[in-house]
Design a protein around this ligand. Structure first.
Ligand code: KIV
Ligand code: ZN
Length: 526
C-alpha cells in the first residue's frame, strides 16, 4: 500500500460554511491559486447547485486551475448535472456526490413514505440512491467521489454495503465523514479498518477521511483513519468549517511530516507555503486565527518564559519540534516604508503569495504609497490587508470618494458621504448614535438600501498608534449574508469602507444571480 497521502482541501466549500466566512469569487480565485502553490492534490471549490455565485466560483476556478477540482452535489440529478456544468472545462474534474446514511439522517431526511415505510425499506432506497447517483455522475467524468454523510454514526454493516455499491457504480474515492465530530480516534480508525475487511471491492477506490472538530478530535481522527488504511484526508486551512470546523490542513500535514519516524507517510504539500495560505484565508474570510493555534497561531513559535528562551537560544531543538521557516514563518520581517521602491514592494508581495500584472502592480504601488504616507512602517500584515482591499476594488460598483464626520463629546454626530459609481455621484448626510452609525446612515441614504447588520468588529492589524485598523462587517439580505472589510489608519473610515464593501458584494451578486438565471442555467437554491 502506498505511503502517499492525498490532501483534499475543502476550505472553499466546507470551510466557507463557517459562520460569516462568505468569500466572493475573486477571493476564491486567489485562494485557489495559493492552494495550488501549496500543492494540495484536490481543491473542492464549492457546491455549484446551491447558488449562482457558488456555481460561478467553481466554474472560474475549474477553468483556470491545473489541480483536480471537485464540485459537491447531493445524490440528485439536478445537483450532479450542475456540478458537471460548472466543472466541464476543468483539466481534472471530480464530481463529489453525497448522501446521509446513518439511521438518524435516513429517518430525518427521508421521512416521506415514497422512500419506504420502515427503516429497512428506507435503507434499501438510500442504498439504491447511492448507486444511482454515482452511476449518473460517472456519465460525466471518470473521477467520482462518494461520501456517506454521517458515516461516523452509521451502522458499520450497512455502511459497508453502501460503500460496496458506490464502488460497484464506479466511485474512485469513497469518503467516510464523521460529519458531527462524534467519533473517538480508536473508534474511527476501527471503522476504516472494518471497511477494508468487509468491502470486497475496496481496493478499487481510495478511502478518504473527512472529520469535523466538535470534540476537538478532527485531526486525531483523520490520522487514525490514515493509520488504518485511508489515503486521502479532507481538511481546511486554519481548520475553518461548519460549527467547530474541519480538520486543519496545517496540523495534519505537519503531524505527518514531524512524526514521519512513527508513521512513515508523506504528502506532496509544500509546507513553506502554509503560513501565507493561512494568512490569506484568515484575511479574506475575516475568521481570525486564535493566537495559540498550532502551526499558524501568532504564539506557535513564541517562547515566553526565561527558561524556554534560554534553552532555544542555546539549541532550538530544546523547545521546537519544527522550525518556523518550515511552515513559512519568516522571523526576520522586512519592513517597508514610503521610500521603498516598486521593486521592493513587488518582491515582498510575491513572497507573500501575490503575483500581480504590471497594471495591478501600478495600482497596488499607488495604494501602498498612500498607506506609507499615513503610516511610517508598513509590515507584512499591512500588505496582506492592502492586497485584500485591492482585489476587492477591481470589482466594486460604488466607491467611497469622501467621508466627513463631525463628532465629539457634546455634539450630535453627523456624517456626510460622497459615493461614486460608473453612472452617478451620490452625496448624503445623516446623524447617528455615534460617528460610525452616522456614516452607515449616510451610506444607506445615498444608496437607498438598508440591510440588517449581523455583526461588526474592529481590530488593529499591527501594533502601535499608527496601526492600520480593520473593520469587518456582515450584513444580511434575505437568505444571504455578505462580509465586507475595510482598512484605514482611521477606524471610522475603515468601518464605512467595510459597510460599503458588504453592500457592493450584495449588489454584485444580486446582479450576477439575475444574469445567470436569465441564462437558464437550471440552478435552484437548496
Ligand atoms: O461533513 C460532511 O459530511 C460533509 C459531506 C458533504 C462530505 O461535508
Ligand atoms: Zn463536512
Amino acid at each position: 500500500m502506498s505511503d502517499h497521502i492525498l490532501i483534499f482541501d475543502t476550505t472553499l466549500r466546507d470551510g466557507e460554511q463557517s459562520p460569516g466566512a462568505s468569500l466572493n469569487v475573486y477571493e476564491k480565485l486567489e485562494i485557489a491559486r495559493q492552494l495550488a502553490k501549496l500543492k494540495v492534490d484536490v481543491i473542492e471549490a464549492g457546491f455549484p447547485v446551491s447558488s449562482p455565485a457558488q456555481f460561478e466560483a467553481v466554474r472560474r476556478i475549474a477553468d483556470e486551475s491545473d489541480v483536480i477540482i471537485a464540485g459537491l452535489a447531493r445524490a440528485k440529478e439536478i445537483d450532479i448535472k450542475s456540478a458537471y456544468e460548472a466543472l466541464k472545462n476543468s483539466k481534472h474534474p471530480r464530481i463529489h456526490t453525497f448522501l446521509g446514511t446513518s439511521d438518524i439522517h435516513i429517518l430525518g431526511k427521508f421521512a416521506d413514505s415514497r422512500y419506504g415505510v420502515s427503516l429497512a425499506e428506507k435503507r434499501k432506497t438510500v442504498l439504491k440512491m447511492s448507486f444511482d447517483s454515482v452511476a449518473y455522475a460517472k456519465t460525466f467524468t471518470k473521477d467520482v467521489e462518494f461520501s456517506a454523510e454521517d458515516a461516523g454514526r452509521t451502522d458499520i454493516t450497512y455502511l459497508a454495503e453502501i460503500i460496496e455499491a458506490a464502488i460497484d457504480a464506479g466511485a474512485t474515492t469513497v469518503n467516510i465523514p464523521d460529519t458531527t465530530g462524534y467519533n473517538f480516534p480508536a473508534e474511527y480508525g476501527f471503522m476504516i479498518a472494518e471497511l477494508k475487511k468487509k468491502v470486497s471491492n475496496i481496493n478499487k477506490a481510495v478511502i478518504s477521511v473527512h472529520c469535523h472538530n466538535d470534540l476537538g478530535l478532527a485531526v486525531a481522527n483523520s490520522l487514525a483513519g490514515v493509520q488504518n488504511g485511508a489515503r486521502q484526508i479532507e481538511c481546511t486551512i486554519n481548520g475553518i468549517g461548519e460549527r467547530a470546523g474541519n480538520a486543519s490542513l496545517e496540523e495534519i500535514v505537519m503531524a505527518l511530516k514531524v512524526r514521519k519516524d512513527i508513521c512513515g507517510y508523506h504528502t506532496g504539500i509544500n509546507s513553506e507555503e502554509i503560513y501565507t495560505t493561512s494568512k490569506m484565508v484568515s484575511g479574506f474570510t475575516g475568521v481570525i486565527v486564535q493566537p495559540n493555534k498550532a502551526i499558524v497561531g501568532d504564539n506557535a513559535f513564541a517562547h515566553e518564559s526565561g527558561i524556554h528562551q534560554d534553552g532555544v537560544l542555546k539549541d532550538k531543538q530544546t523547545y521546537e519540534i519544527m522550525t518556523p521557516e518550515s511552515v513559512g514563518v519568516n522571523k526576520t520581517k522586512l519592513v517597508l516604508g514610503r521610500h521603498s521602491g516598486r521593486h521592493g514592494l513587488k518582491a515582498r508581495l510575491s513572497e507573500l503569495g501575490y503575483h500581480l500584472s504590471d497594471q495591478e502592480m501600478q495600482k497596488s504601488y499607488e495604494a501602498f504609497l498612500v498607506l506609507a504616507d499615513k503610516k511610517k512602517e508598513v509590515f507584512d500584515e499591512d500588505l496582506r490587508v492592502l492586497m485584500g482591499d485591492e482585489i476587492y476594488k477591481e470589482n466594486q460598483l460604488y466607491e467611497l470618494q469622501y467621508l466627513h464626520v463631525n463628532a465629539g463629546t457634546d455634539i450630535i454626530p453627523t456624517a456626510t458621504v460622497q459615493i461614486k459609481s460608473d453612472k452617478e455621484v451620490l452625496q448624503e448626510s445623516s446623524t447617528g448614535d455615534g460617528p460610525v452609525d452616522a456614516s452607515f446612515n449616510a451610506i444607506e441614504r445615498a444608496l437607498g438600501f438598508k440591510p440588517t447588520v449581523e455583526s461588526y468588529n474592529v481590530r488593529s492589524v499591527t501594533s502601535g498608534r499608527q496601526a492600520l485598523g480593520e473593520a469587518i462587517i456582515r450584513i444580511r439580505s434575505g437568505e444571504n449574508s455578505f462580509t465586507g472589510r475595510g482598512t484605514s489608519t482611521d477606524i471610522i473610515e475603515a468601518s464605512a469602507k467595510a459597510y460599503l464593501q458588504a453592500i457592493n458584494l450584495y449588489l454584485t451578486f444580486s446582479r450576477r444571480d439575475l444574469e445567470l438565471s436569465e441564462n437558464n442555467l437550471e440552478i435552484k437554491q437548496v
